[in-house]
Design a protein around this ligand. Structure first.
Ligand code: SF4
Length: 351
């Protein structure tokens, strides 16, 4: 089918109502920017999921970063969007205003020249992310060890996709298909979704990030649902230019060398088995205290980030959305990150 035929099929679809979750925050943004909901039949509903790493990081992790940056002799180094995420007491931005040492970078590797210039300071990188960024943190660990760098450490909050999708499905989420994250699948390979597709008889379509790529994947998922109404356990790769079934095996080996699989706490969702990564015990000297960050305080009583991230509520259904909560005055993590569901709905008027 060409793109016009795909658009016609999706607009004129008249089968059973379908709810399709886009798991990845980048897809949430791309769907909004490309106006994709308006191109679909009103029987196809897109639901945003838990795929924004900053949004799912628990408050205890932010609190630990704040303690580190306020301790003389330390500097916390981070990407920009983490800086405004609320912890249980304050955000990193507020800690910085109170004398905390916080620096923003665009690449994790920027930490090395800083550490070289200032050997009396311990630089802690806020290593937050999914399978996509884990290989970069493994490279950092490798460089620290190879160059005998003693003043760079990692505070990790690494999360992995299959565990949280399993949690969603096990809790009986009303979802008939998944638009699977293309970035993650570049590293893991599309095979990572096969056990989930088989266990829950749900189709997965691995998608790229242009409007045409997303529409093509949606078309494949909808067709699979329509043809296999008793359940479909297929994983379809609609991003073959960069995704293979096996993924990037070198990156996988590198990550396995430095990181163990672990249970992990997700903001608002509690402990999810086998959904994270921690530095292996033999590399404990690189770790700035990532183990045991299990507490997750609710920051704002009215914030519904947990429900939004699990696809149980649209951002616009949160009573605070657009009233007291906006990108300028975020009340929850989902309104902070550019990949956050609430931010994306607010900025792009996705409704
Ligand atoms: Fe939380 Fe704000 Fe989103 Fe509501 S709109 S769920 S308060 S981030």
């Amino acid at each position: 089918m060409n793109l016009e035929e795909i658009k016609k099929y999706l607009k004129e679809y008249n089968g059973p109502e379908l709810k399709i979750m886009e798991v990845c925050g980048s897809h949430t943004g791309a769907i909004a920017k490309n106006g994709i909901p308006g191109l679909l039949s009103d029987r196809i509903h897109l639901i945003s999921g838990p795929g924004c790493p900053v949004c799912v990081t628990p408050s205890s992790y932010i609190d630990r970063l704040i303690d580190l940056c306020l301790t003389p002799g330390n500097c916390v180094v981070t990407f920009g969007d983490l800086i405004r995420v609320p912890g249980s007491r304050m955000s990193l931005q507020q800690a910085s205003g109170r004398g905390g040492n916080v620096r923003m970078v665009y690449s994790p590797m920027d930490i090395f020249p800083m550490a070289h210039k200032d050997p009396d300071t311990t630089f802690v990188f806020a290593a937050v992310g999914f399978e996509t960024t884990a290989p970069v943190y493994a490279l950092m660990a490798q460089q620290i060890l190879e160059d005998h760098i003693e003043n760079v450490k990692l505070l990790t909050a690494l999360r992995t996709m299959p565990g949280i999708i399993d949690r969603l499905c096990a809790q009986g989420a009303d979802i008939q298909g998944f638009l699977a994250p293309g970035h993650v699948a570049v590293v893991t390979g599309s095979k990572v979704f096969e056990p989930l597709a088989a266990k829950y008889s749900i189709p997965f379509g691995v998608a790229g990030f242009t409007g045409a790529q997303i529409l093509t994947a949606l078309c494949g998922i909808v067709m699979a649902c329509e043809r296999m109404q008793g359940g479909c356990s297929r994983v379809m790769n609609f991003y073959p230019s960069v995704v293979t079934r096996e993924g990037n095996t070198e990156a996988q080996k590198l990550v396995d060398r430095y990181f163990d699989r672990s249970d992990a706490v997700w903001r608002g969702m509690g402990m999810v088995p086998d959904s994270g990564r921690l530095l292996r015990g033999e590399f404990a000297q690189l770790d700035a205290g990532s183990r045991g960050l299990n507490e997750d305080h609710k920051i704002n009583a009215g914030c519904c980030c947990d429900k939004v991230l699990m696809g149980r509520m649209k951002p616009t259904q949160c009573p605070l959305f657009g009233k007291v909560c906006s990108p300028l005055r975020p009340q929850g993590a989902c309104m902070v990150s550019t990949e956050g569901n609430c931010y994306t709905y607010y900025v792009n008027h996705r409704e």
